[in-house]
Ligand binder design. Structure first.
Ligand SMILES: Cc1ncc(COP(=O)(O)O)c(C=O)c1O
Length: 445
């Protein structure tokens, strides 16, 4: 953390100058034992000495920060704006909360732990994280290839907005795997302009899994000395607890923190993680788009991170039971849940290689069409009919008519989104209560 000298003055400065206290790596260990992220979520990146011994990091509700001297202000700006006279050894100091803020820097430090990322940047929303990454790395004439289906907002950004900036966009079907990705690149005449492969895995809403390692191989193959092809992975559905794309060759990991990390359906936020050089470039764009969150969002996210693993594990256990129940119900035609994958299923091997848990997103098709799916949704009593996911409460929605309604109906079917499909994000309620609710609503369709 670079912000200490400007917070509590000389009393605290003596702590900041102790190299042992500053050594973040040392803070991650007890002797030789590497501490787990869930053990570090309550303390990492913050020391009570910084704020009157408060056990929790306070909310730094301030728009601007005092410089000790004009020289210090000049040095901070030179560093933040990458000016020629910037001091390489200086960490970016606190300047103004559109650039950085302690409540967000501590959060970013904690977010790096699950994915073992060098750096993280937080945003006002998941879409802000995605669009800011796109604007940072894509230029007119560049090609981006992305996996379908992806979240409806992402699809809209890629299909409708990026082409307006002369960025070429192609897509491949998630379920088609590496072969589908290579086909798209071979068929086009612009593969030498490939700049980014973007995958959402598991995909929203169908739960298809994409082979991140295979995409990384392709991105390396198409990279040249002066043009690196970046692999960006939206890890919202399983991360950061059950899947770690950087380990499998991704360059950037993207999150809607609105979902599992926020976890209580009470905030909107996003993040980008990766090597410092890439994340610094994204932070540079963030400064001028002005889409960093406020400190209160940072506080809420840190509070949520403390319980992230227990929530995600409990939600997964509930989802396994509910998915199993759905497979038995006569009014259910098909269930897509990662925990139901069996040896021999096309996604099974990728799931085993990439994921440490099956998460809590279930997509299933009722017997019938849209009217039957709507009847199911309208009859739910405990589970709420709402979009979004990853919260403590279970939510159900109709992807075709809601989250993915921007995609024309005929294209929806091609990418596996059918009129009789319902998506459920399973929460922490009692699993038998959830089963009772789903059962009675299914009986009424
Ligand atoms: C997989 C995925 N990525 C990104 C987003 C966008 O996130 P936000 O709503 O926080 O902008 C969503 C939203 O539903 C999502 O489901």
């Amino acid at each position: 953390m670079s912000w200490l000298p400007a917070t509590l003055g000389d009393r605290v400065r003596s702590f900041s100058e102790s190299p042992i206290m500053w050594d973040k790596k040392a803070k991650k260990k007890i002797g030789d034992r590497e501490l787990k992220p869930e053990s570090l979520m309550m303390s990492y990146g913050y020391r009570p000495e910084w704020s009157e011994m408060a056990v929790k990091a306070p909310i730094f509700a301030t728009s601007t920060f005092v410089f000790n001297t004009a020289e210090e202000g000049k040095a901070f700006f030179a560093k933040a704006y990458g000016l020629a006279d910037a001091d390489e050894n200086l960490e970016t100091g606190l300047i103004y909360s559109r650039l950085n803020n302690p409540s967000l820097e501590i959060l970013e430090d904690r977010l790096t732990l699950w994915d073992k990322a060098e750096s993280a940047a937080v945003f006002e929303s998941g879409m802000a994280a995605i669009s800011t990454s796109a604007l940072t790395f894509l230029r007119p004439g560049d090609l981006v290839v992305f996996s379908e289906p992806s979240y409806g907002g992402t699809e809209y950004l890629f299909h409708e907005i990026l082409p307006q900036f002369d960025i070429q966009v192609e897509c491949f079907r998630s379920s088609g795997g590496e072969a589908a990705l290579r086909d798209v690149l071979e068929e086009g005449d612009n593969k030498d302009r490939l700049r980014m492969i973007y995958v959402e895995t598991p995909s929203n809403p169908t739960n298809d899994v994409v082979d991140i390692e295979a995409c990384s191989r392709v991105s390396r193959e198409f990279s040249t000395d002066d043009r690196k092809v970046l692999l960006a992975v939206d890890n919202t559905f399983l991360g950061p607890v059950f899947q770690h794309p950087l380990k499998h060759g991704a360059d950037l990991v993207i999150y809607s923190l609105t979902k599992y990390v926020g976890g209580h359906s009470d905030l909107i936020a996003g993040a980008v993680l990766g090597d410092k050089e890439l994340v610094d470039a994204v932070k540079g764009t963030r400064t001028f788009l002005g889409n960093i969150p406020g400190p209160f969002t940072g506080f809420l996210l840190m509070r949520s991170l403390e319980t992230l693993k227990v929530r995600m594990v409990q939600e997964m256990e509930n989802a396994k039971l509910l998915a199993e129940f759905l497979t038995q119900h006569p009014n259910v035609a098909r269930v897509s849940y990662l925990g139901l994958l069996k040896e021999g299923d096309s996604d099974y091997e990728i799931f085993q290689r990439h994921c440490t848990g099956s998460g809590s997103m279930i997509a299933f098709e009722v017997v019938g069409g849209e009217p039957e799916a709507f009847r199911f949704l309208n009859n739910l009593k405990l589970i709420k009919l709402a979009v979004s996911l990853g919260g403590t409460e279970s939510l159900a929605e109709h992807p075709g008519a809601m989250t993915h309604s921007d995609i024309p109906a005929e294209d929806q079917v091609k990418i596996g989104i059918t009129p009789n499909m319902v998506r459920i994000s399973v929460g922490v309620e009692d699993p038998d209560d959830l089963i009772a609710d789903v059962g009675q609503a299914l009986d009424r369709i």
